[in-house]
Ligand binder design. Structure first.
Ligand code: PMP
Length: 300
């Protein structure tokens, strides 16, 4: 990780090295936090934050799932994100807001714990590398939708993701694909999953998966480009016969999958994946007027 100068912590800027919490903070013990991953792109119009409002809506939704009394409005949080990017004088970065139950009491019930909020920014390149990804279908299934609010980005959920990811890496693959409790494809450990067959784009429905902002953006973009997009359960057998598969995510962006278990997808990323990637790039670079409302310009 490449540190920047300042982290926004509970309303003020503190030097990166001093943004610390107590070891008895509730979230450290019980995973009771929510977070976001947001990308800021360098554009001809200056730094531009991709889908800031949608990310903050998901952030606040997650906080409501954990029954947090949030000390800030969405507008205030948006200002804080922009201020943190400006304060660090950074042109292109990953933005990590986090909100969690802090130090107070240590019962599982968080009553008596403050809600702490932090925002950090730092440079982060291609998350899964530039080459086509190899993915292993993990034995560790995605958490059951009745076990938690699976569509929220809750810190504790990532134990499940980490275990699946480590399994895949141990077996020599780049990333894991998790199945849902019914055995259908759910998602990657930090990405949503898409497949293309005969020009039709398909992706698992909401329910078990994280409601990815890139997922929604890519669905909109694909439909705008004339593709049919289906949100429906995808079996592994169907996916292995697909023409193309790809992941979407803030860190990952759009990334072609070259292999799932022993099945290879030759010449990945395929033509539809490439077309979506090219269109996505022009949008995040503020080169497509039609989608400018997806961007928040830092220097207004
Ligand atoms: N699924 C999981 C489990 C994730 O952690 C992420 C990353 N936030 C995604 C999907 C993709 O979501 P987004 O496009 O909002 O980054």
């Amino acid at each position: 990780m490449q540190p920047t100068q300042f982290i926004w912590l509970n309303g003020s800027f503190v030097p990166w090295q001093e943004a610390k919490i107590h070891v008895l903070a509730h979230a450290l013990h019980y995973g009771t936090g929510v977070f976001e991953g947001i990308r800021t792109y360098a554009t001809a119009k200056g730094p531009a934050v991709f889908q800031l409002e949608k990310h903050l809506e998901r952030f606040l939704y997650g906080a409501s799932c954990l029954r947090m009394q949030v000390p800030y409005t969405k507008e205030r949080l948006a200002e804080a994100v922009v201020a943190t990017i400006r304060k660090n004088d950074i042109k292109e970065c990953y933005v990590r807001p986090i909100m969690f139950y802090g130090y107070g009491e240590l019962r599982v019930n968080p009553a008596g714990c403050p809600v702490d909020v932090a925002i950090a920014v730092w440079p982060w390149g291609a998350y899964l590398g530039e080459a086509a990804i190899t993915a292993k279908v993990s034995k560790v299934i995605r958490i059951h939708p009745h076990s938690s609010a699976t569509d929220a980005k809750i810190t504790g959920h990532y134990v499940n993701s980490m275990l699946a990811g480590l399994d895949a890496v141990d077996a020599g693959y780049g990333e894991a694909i998790q199945l849902d409790y019914e055995g259908n494809i759910a998602e990657g450990t930090g990405e949503n999953f898409f497949m293309v067959k005969n020009g039709v784009v398909a992706t698992p429905p909401l329910g078990t998966i994280l409601a990815g902002i890139t997922r929604t953006s890519v669905i909109t973009l694909a439909r705008d480009l004339g593709y049919t997009v289906e949100e429906r359960p995808l079996s592994l057998a169907e996916v292995l016969k697909a023409d193309e598969c790809f992941f979407t995510g803030t860190a990952t962006e759009i990334a072609g999958i070259g292999k799932i278990d022993d099945t290879e997808f030759k010449d990945a990323p395929g033509p539809v994946t490439k077309r979506l990637t090219d269109a996505f790039k022009t949008i995040v670079k503020a080169e497509n007027e039609k989608y400018m409302h997806w961007l928040t310009l830092v220097n207004k």
